[in-house]
Design a protein. Sequence first.
Length: 457
Amino acid sequence: MLVFVVVVLILALGLVIPIGFRFIKKNKIRSLYTIPNFSYEYSLPSTINAQSAIPSAKIPCFTFSAPDHKIESGHFLVLKASYGGFSSYCSPVVKVSSPTLSTYHYLDPLPSQPSSQIWINLSSHAGTPLTKLSLHPQGVTLSATPPQLILFPQIDLAFHKILILAPHPDDAEIASFALYASYPHSTLIVTITDGANPTNPNYTPTPQRIIDSLSIPQFNGLPYTHTINLAYPDSQLNKLKQKKTSPPPLPTTDFVSLRALNASPLTPPAPPFPAWASLVSDLIFIIKKFSPSIIVTPHPLIDSHPDHLYTTLALYEALSTLDTFPHAILTTFVHNHITELFPFGPSHSEISLPPFPENLNQLTLFDSVQLVPASHEINQRKYRALEAHSDLRDIHSPLHPNLDSISSHLRIFVHHSFFYPHIPPVSLFRRFIRPHELFLTITSSATFQNICQHAKN
C-alpha cells in the first residue's frame, strides 16, 4: 500500500510540477507583450503577386499539387492557423521540409486571436519546386483553406549604394550586419547617437560606444571612410525634436570633441551643440555627398524605441527638404512595438513578418519585403560583432563574488532554465542570428509619407 501511495505521489508531482512551470511561463510570456490587440494581416499593395497554393494533402501535414514552379527568394506562404488551449504553454512551430532541407518557423506563442494569419518564409528553399515541400505543424492546426503563395520581388543590392542609419552604436550589427558584410565597399553606416544612456544597466561612458560604432564595421570589411557617428545624445532625440534644451554633456566630453573622433571625409561639420535642425542638416549633407540609392532605417510604426522613431522622422524631413526619394527604403524593427520576443524561436530558425498594432491594419506599412541571406560564416561573424559591443558584453560578474552576486546569478540561472526560450527572453543573440535578415521595403514616397505622418500623430 505504501509503495502504491508513493508511486501515485510521484506521478502526481510529475504532472503538477510541469503544469505549474508552464503556467508561470505563460504569464511570463504575457508580461513581454505591450499591446493586447495586434495583427499579422497586412494590407498589401496591388503590385504584389499572390496566387493560391493548392494542397494535395492536409493530414498529418500539408503537401501541394499546384502551382508547379520553383520557390524563389522572397516567396512566402500565407495561411490561417488555429491555436489550441495549450499553444501558449509550448512553442508553436511549423517545420517545412524538402528533399534536401528542413527549416523551422516559430510562431507567436500568444496570439491575440485563436485563429491567426501566419507567414511562412520559404526563401531558404529557393530552387525547390513547391510540390516537393511539406508542412508539419506542431502546437497549431493549419486551416484547410488553400494558402496564398506570395512573391516579394527582390532588389539586386549589388548595383546600389547603401546608407544604413543606426540610431545606436549596435543597431547596424543587430539588424543589417549580413547586408553590410555582403556589400562593404558600397555601404556607409551612420550612427546617430553616442550610445551613452545612463539608464542602461550596461552603461558605458562616452566615447567607448562611439569607438565601437566606428571600429566594429571596419573589422568586418568596411573602409574607415564609410563609418560615421554623429554623436547626438542617446535617448534624447525626442527632446531635440520638441525643441527642448539640449542635455548637458558628460563631464569629460563635449559634442564637438566627440564628432572629432570621425575620420571619414563624409562627416558633416560639427554644430556647436546638438539640435534637431542640425541633425536634419547632417543627414542632408551626407545624402548629398554619398548619393545613396538604398537607405536603411527603422520602421517608425513597428519599431517602438523613441530614438528609432525620431531617426526615421529626421530622414523624412531631410528627404522632404531635398525633394528626392531613393530607389528604396529598407526598414528594420529591432524593438518590435508588440513584443520584444520577436523574432520568435531559437537562433538559426527562420525569420518572418513582425506583428503590428491592429489599429494600423488599413494602412499600407510597406511595398515589398527584402531578404538578405546570412550564411553560417556570416552569422558567426555577426555573433562576434555583437559580442564586441561594450553594451552587449556580460559584465555582470564582479571581480570578487559575494553572497548577493551568487544569489543573483542563481536566480538568473533558474529563470532562464524554465522560461521561454531558455536564455534571456529578449536576447539579441537569439532574435537576430537567423538565416536571413528581413527588411520591410518602401519604394513609394507616398507610402513613406503616410507612414511618417501617422507616426508623428
